[in-house]
Write a protein that binds this ligand. Structure first.
Ligand code: C5P
Length: 298
């Protein structure tokens, strides 16, 4: 079975507080983007779960989110079934783009069909939440959604059904550990202040992203200060390269720019595919070690 596994960016990410279990409550807006991995599921004769990948950065052991997802369903519903999972990687690893989470969601959705489990999306999202905070978003197949709780509580943003954004996405050659960024966030708390209250911010951002009538360019209604990520300044402190990317965007005149998740990926909202492609080429020339992508909402 072949599955496509898309990446995400966070159009805003506001950390609210630290919970007793060590996780953080947050409010975020997820956007699914066209950058994608391919997942191949093949039944095995034994009951083992084996991971392989064309990318050396992908863990092959039990720490892999795909392994965790498959194990959850196998142990509960198909104790004798085994599985080969092949991950063909295009989404940079540990970049803030939800690659591992999306791969795990693809495995849950795929096994639901392969093993004829007939689990609802809500049920699958419950399993997803046990694997990782970002997995549930990918279960619902939505282009835009609000995330709350640890990020695993998903509400569709139907008002954005017609919204299609183009982005330039830049990923430096750094792997960022999400737990480390949250730990440092606790340490540096007070480093960043949201420009306005979280409810007003989300509301204004969603309104700005709602496709305006007529030919008005959507980008002009997205106010730059509404693109906010509580973790950005923390990651920049540890990895100044993220600041360099933001500066490079800024020098090209792009101001709707934000780090995704815990980073280091940084994206810009652009007005068109043409503009995005032109500027992406300039960025790639400026710094060969960056991976530069042009992506859109899917
Ligand atoms: O759930 P996920 O595996 O993506 O989270 C990785 C780590 O990031 C967690 O172990 C936790 O340290 C941190 N995290 C957090 N609050 C969240 C999501 C993640 O503190 N809402």
């Amino acid at each position: 079975m072949y599955l496509k596994s898309f990446a995400k960016v966070n159009l805003c990410l506001k950390v609210i507080n630290k919970r007793r279990d060590g996780y953080h409550t947050l409010k975020t807006i997820f956007e699914r983007i066209s950058l994608a991995d391919k997942i191949i599921l093949k039944p095995r004769k034994d009951s083992l779960i084996k991971i392989s990948s064309d990318n050396r950065d992908v863990p092959r052991d039990e720490s892999n989110f795909c392994f965790k997802a498959a194990k959850l369903l196998r142990d509960k519903f198909r104790p004798l079934s085994g599985l080969d999972i092949k991950i063909i990687k295009r989404i940079p690893v540990a970049a803030g783009l939800g690659g591992g989470s999306s791969n795990a969601a693809a495995v849950l959705l795929g096994l639901n069909r392969l093993w004829g489990l007939k689990l609802s999306k809500v049920k699958l999202a419950k399993f997803a939440g046990k694997v990782g905070s970002d997995v549930a978003f990918f279960i619902y197949g939505l282009s835009f959604a609000l995330g709350s709780g640890k990020g695993e509580r998903i509400k569709p943003l139907n008002i954005l059904k017609k919204t299609k954004l183009w982005h330039i996405l830049v990923v430096p050659k750094i792997h960022v550990s999400t737990p480390l960024i949250y730990k440092k966030y606790d340490h540096f708390s007070g480093l960043t202040h949201a420009p306005i209250g979280k409810k007003a911010m989300q509301k204004q951002l969603v309104r700005g992203l709602t496709k305006p009538p007529g030919n008005v360019k959507l980008i002009t209604s997205v106010k730059p200060y509404l693109l906010f990520n509580s973790l950005e300044q923390v990651t920049i402190r540890l990895y100044p390269e993220v600041r360099r990317i933001k500066d490079a965007f800024s020098q090209l005149g792009l101001d709707r720019v934000l780090m995704s998740g815990s980073g280091p990926a940084v994206f810009a909202i652009t007005s068109s595919f043409k503009n995005a492609s032109r500027l992406a080429k300039i960025l790639q020339k400026r710094e060969r070690s960056w991976r530069v992508f042009v992506v859109k909402t899917v």
